[in-house]
Design a protein around this ligand. Structure first.
Ligand SMILES: [Zn+2]
Length: 124
């Protein structure tokens, strides 16, 4: 199964190995997060690609932000930091699509990824 069909938690945006979702989302079950009042809900990367897209914005020379519209999960945003030694992706977001992949390649690709906390493990 292609990972685009793996379950993604709607509340935190983390993708899990598929094809079936875990009984609960361990990120949302943690005391520092929450399960929404309507209960645990799942989507997939394939479904996200149907009605969401990423906005890539130059914040300043050498620094671009990447966020999903409409907002998804906790509104995660990533930063692409361009350096002479290669680009650093600071955090990840759930939605990865062809347009984003091409835009990042046009900016020089990604040499390394840093993840600040569990909400940014997102998708593969
Ligand atoms: Zn979750």
């Amino acid at each position: 199964m292609e990972s685009g069909g793996y379950p993604v938690c709607v509340t935190c945006g983390i993708q899990f190995a598929g094809p079936e979702p875990p009984p609960q989302c361990p990120v949302c079950e943690d005391d520092r997060q929450y399960v929404r009042w309507s209960g645990q809900q799942w989507t997939t990367l394939e479904r996200l690609r149907e009605d969401h897209r990423n906005e890539i914005q130059e914040e300043e020379p050498g620094l671009h932000s990447i966020r999903t519209e409409p907002s998804f999960g906790i509104g995660q945003r990533a930063f692409l930091v361009q350096t002479p030694a290669g680009n650093l992706l600071w955090d990840c977001i759930t939605l990865l699509d062809d347009a984003t992949r091409e835009a990042i390649l046009d900016l020089g690709g990604v040499r390394a990824i840093a993840i600040s906390h569990p909400h940014y493990y997102s998708t593969k």
